[in-house]
Design a binder for this molecule. Structure first.
Ligand code: G3P
Ligand code: CA
Length: 304
């Protein structure tokens, strides 16, 4: 009896059997780096060069933001318009629309063939002259089997008003690459993200998508009740870093509901009170226990 008691005491002292907290909450298997628009610090965002560099910099996931062309093709662009990251003004000077005083070239007014005539690299540096806007199809060809992919449905309402379903198009492209089911390709995990709750609900409830989804917020859910409402249509939250710093308990609250926390966006030169982006990311992963980070600098993600 005394012997049995001694075993129980020594097991307890060693901590054997005590549940360790997970290193990261699903869908992530470990603290995860996401190359924000590719390796967008060093290469022009959303070009194949930026995605290739992200992989060289050991990003766990690569992010394509999605817009749609006039002919219904998903392309990788952050903005709903073309002028910030391409030379559309030179190539199609007469196709501008006026918004107030400002000339603008909406993606949805151009076919894929027209968008392929644009230079999406020179605005960053002459070294990238001639880089093209990739379709999602091309982005997946580039990244598949080398990293995860976390597509974001951007402005789905804008496209919905034009009779274009971003969600259907996304699932069609994923199905073409056999990436439309969770775990189907362990080398290429897929997570879907959106600021639009409606877009995630359409994917999950109308289209039956079973892939993990994270809900991006500009104001993080504050109460347990609001987190529970998000839990009904998303597997994780994606707050901005200021919200997490202001209320670090958000992470434990989300984890208590089994939800992951993916935080945006970490980049050199915008590191708040931290000396370097590496220090800032280390704090979020090691101290605040978030699960994944969007960063323009995947080479600086702390992996030690
Ligand atoms: O999707 C995460 C982060 O990228 C959100 O910001 O504007 O860069 O898409 P944005
Ligand atoms: Ca994004």
């Amino acid at each position: 009896m005394r012997f049995a008691l001694a075993i129980v005491v020594s097991i307890a002292a060693a901590g054997v059997g005590r549940a360790e907290p997970p290193k990261a909450y699903p869908p992530y298997a470990k603290p995860t780096s996401i190359a924000h628009r590719g390796a967008s610090w060093d290469a022009p965002e959303h070009t194949l060069a930026a995605y290739e560099l992200a992989i060289k910099q050991h990003a766990d996931f690569v992010e394509p933001d999605l817009q749609m062309t006039k002919d219904g093709v998903l392309v990788c662009l952050h903005d709903t318009t073309l002028e910030r990251t391409t030379n559309v003004e030179e190539v199609f000077p007469d196709r501008a629309q006026l918004v107030g005083e400002k000339k603008t070239w909406p993606v949805v007014e151009f076919t894929l063939a027209e968008i392929k005539q644009l230079d999406a690299g020179s605005w960053k540096s002459p070294q990238f002259a001639g880089a093209k806007v990739p379709s999602l199809d091309e982005m997946i060809d580039c990244v598949k089997s080398r990293a995860g992919i976390i597509p974001e449905t951007k402005s789905p309402d804008l496209y919905g008003r034009r009779g274009l379903s971003m969600e259907r198009a996304l699932l069609e492209v994923l199905a073409k690459h056999r990436l439309d089911q969770p775990g189907i390709d362990p080398a290429t995990p897929v997570v879907i993200q959106s600021f639009s709750a409606e877009s995630l609900k359409v994917l999950r409830n109308e289209l039956g998508c079973k892939l993990p989804m994270v809900f991006l917020t500009t104001q993080a859910p504050v109460t347990a009740e609001s987190l529970k409402r998000v839990r009904q249509f998303a597997d994780g939250i994606a707050p901005n870093k200021a919200d997490v710093l202001a209320r670090p308990k958000l992470v434990a609250d989300a984890h208590a509901l089994g939800m992951s926390v993916t935080v945006w966006t970490f980049r050199s030169g915008q590191t708040g009170n931290f000396d370097t982006v590496r220090d800032e990311m280390r704090h979020f992963v090691s101290e605040l226990k978030v699960d994944a980070l969007f960063t323009d600098n995947p080479d600086q993600f702390p992996r030690d």
